[in-house]
Design a binder for this molecule. Structure first.
Ligand code: C5P
Length: 420
């Protein structure tokens, strides 16, 4: 396949070398089109050596061979990584003041962009409007990932890892369908047309105006699933309970705090969804009464006894209510050390809650929660282990979505589901 990799001027340009390399190693013919600004971050000789092709930047070079349209016309896929806020704005408006802009306009190939910028720039309404415009036109947006940025700050804005970008880019070509007239659809991922609801984070149960009972879930795995599902074309609702990390872009976010709020949000969002993924850590109990005033210690008292009542099990409620056409995915975080007993707990949980898939991981004082890595097993029908995944939470998210995408292949897309 003939792939154009556009590189624009951001620090993440150095990571674009990884994108070029992965595409070359996968057997593709790669032509790199950097902007002038990109060459301040990564050198042309590096790009020529890695892509094994000459690298052109200048619109007014090669005029005789009409290079400004030739590169775009020959492309089967265009990937822009990193895509700065400025480039995204130019793409949204169809500007063609450099070779990359001309290449994109002169091409009918799927376009995949990997935004990278500071969180404030990503959240800026202008950027969000431009991203929405591109998404509506069928452009695949990969990321941005949530995490440490160039400075001391962190949040959504980091360019997605090269392997994730390449995967989404190749899926965008694979997901292209031809209509009856032989025209191709807009670029789509393998979850395009699917509506996916993800819960993430940990609930907090207030005791009084200043205290709560909570848990150590950071929300990283659930947010990674939401991000990855969106990158693969799904319409994503993220029910976010007290996230300790930034919210991903491009998802419909419903913020909740307590288990009862999460339950209401999930019940509303789950209706008619293709998949519901309960990655949130939900408190099993809440205080029987919430004190209106701050609870005070009394002189000489030996302790405080709290009365707790059970919270509803949201996943089990969804699992035991009619949910035709909606795949239910639960999570289990267990401190069990023995791998067989861990799987046995997960199998029992899957059955008891009426989930289709159950993702189980071991947690401990130092494992699981705030980490960027995860190791999980996915249990399917009959208690069979359908996937063993480990690596970054994003790669684990993609592995879980592979299982979900496979399970959904027999289901019509959600528009059809509503009509059934
Ligand atoms: O029973 P346990 O808490 O281990 O179950 C974990 C799974 O059930 C997770 O998917 C979690 O989101 C969900 N859950 C729930 N409501 C609760 C407790 C857990 O939906 N009250």
């Amino acid at each position: 396949m003939n792939v154009v990799v556009g590189i624009t001027g951001g620090i993440a340009a150095y990571k674009a070398v990884g994108v070029v390399r992965a595409l070359v190693l996968a057997g593709h013919e790669v032509h790199v089109v950097p902007t002038e600004a990109a060459l301040r971050f990564v050198g042309r000789p590096t790009l020529e050596a890695i892509s094994r092709n000459p690298v052109h930047v200048d619109l007014y070079e090669g005029v005789a061979e009409v290079r400004h349209v030739a590169i775009g016309q020959a492309a089967d896929l265009i990937v822009i990584a990193p895509a700065t806020a400025n480039t995204i704005a130019k793409l949204a408006n169809g500007l063609a003041d450099d070779l990359l802009g001309n290449t994109v306009l002169a091409s009918e190939a799927p376009l995949v962009i990997a935004p990278a910028m500071h969180t404030e720039m990503w959240r800026n309404p202008a950027t969000q409007a431009n991203v929405s415009t591109l998404a509506e036109r069928g452009v695949t947006i990969v990321g941005p990932a949530v995490g440490q940025l160039t400075g001391a700050d962190s949040g959504p804005g980091r360019m997605e890892e090269p392997e994730v970008i390449v995967r989404a880019a190749l899926a965008a070509v694979g997901g292209r369908a031809e209509d009856s007239a032989g025209r191709r659809d807009a670029a789509q991922g393998d979850l395009a047309g699917r509506r996916i609801v993800v819960s993430a984070g940990g609930t907090r149960e207030p005791l009084d105006p200043v205290r709560f009972l909570g848990n150590r879930s950071s929300g990283k795995q659930g947010v990674a699933i939401a991000e990855a599902a969106r990158a693969r074309g799904a319409e994503v609702t993220l029910v976010a309970a007290n996230l300790e990390i930034g919210e991903p872009g491009g998802c419909d976010i419903r913020r909740v705090s307590t288990a009862l709020e999460l339950r209401e949000a999930m019940q509303t969002a789950a209706a008619g969804a293709d998949a519901v993924i309960m990655a949130a850590a939900v408190a099993d109990y809440r205080p029987a009464a919430i004190s209106e005033a701050k609870i005070k210690k009394e002189p000489g008292d030996a302790g405080l006894t709290l009365e707790l009542v059970r919270n509803p099990d949201i996943l089990a409620e969804l699992g035991h209510a009619p949910h035709d056409g909606t795949l239910l995915v639960g999570f289990a975080a267990e401190t069990e050390n023995d791998p067989e007993r861990l799987l046995a707990l997960a199998r029992a949980k899957r059955e008891a809650k009426g989930a289709d898939l159950l993702v189980v991981n071991r947690v401990g004082w130092t494992e699981g929660f705030a980490s960027d890595e995860n190791r999980v097993s996915v249990i399917g029908a009959g208690g069979v282990v359908v996937a063993e995944l480990h690596g970054s939470k994003l790669s684990v998210a993609d592995g879980i979505l592979d299982v979900i995408a496979e399970a959904l292949t027999d289901h019509p897309a959600s528009e059809d589901t509503h009509a059934r």
